[in-house]
Design a protein around this ligand. Sequence first.
Ligand code: HEM
Length: 187
Amino acid sequence: MSLSLLSFAQWLDSQAWSIALHESFYMYPLIESTHVLTLMLFVGTLIAVDLRLLGVAFRNVPVSEMTGRMLPWTVAGFVVMVITGALLFYAIPVRTYQSLWFRIKLVLLVAAGINIWVMHRRILTNRSAWDDSPRPPRSARISAAVSLATWAGVIVTGRFIAYNWFDCDRPQPDWVIFLAGCVVDDV
Ligand code: HEM
């Protein structure tokens, strides 16, 4: 499985558009800046809703009002993050695929996604019972805390992708070689 994903990344790497994007003078920095700038919209609106669900801010604003006004912007920001992120991956597929930080980031993205599903499908379904309460129920506060922690992890691991501490082209301990999926030539 990991070898076929690696060969897929290598195939992407050989594509003219991937090479052009990677070697572009303006395009790559523009896409990366958009990836970073959109954090303000995506994570900024997400934090506002999570602070309300934690009961630490906007306590006199009904939860439904917060989610109703903020979530469309959060979703718009998320779509731009995923599109720009996929383009950043497409530009440097092999190094990114074998990046420990990128792999941790993907795991955190899945965890954040599961938490969003639980929030919307399990916790917010009986919101009418506590919509005006300054201190939402424990399940909502826990889910909001998990949301803040996982997205903080996505941001930090995203930032660390640029650093080559655990790159496969440097001597690495076995656990890094295993987790990053480095291919070690048998000498
Ligand atoms: C949706 C939530 C996401 C958030 C909050 C996020 C956040 C970040 C952050 C903060 C950085 C560091 C940017 C910098 O300082 O240079 C970053 C880099 C990166 N992200 Fe994302 N990201 C998200 C989704 C994605 C997705 C879905 C992908 C790919 C499938 C992706 C691929 C990348 C890559 C490849 C980099 C490294 C760029 C570089 O250092 O050259 N991101 N991300």
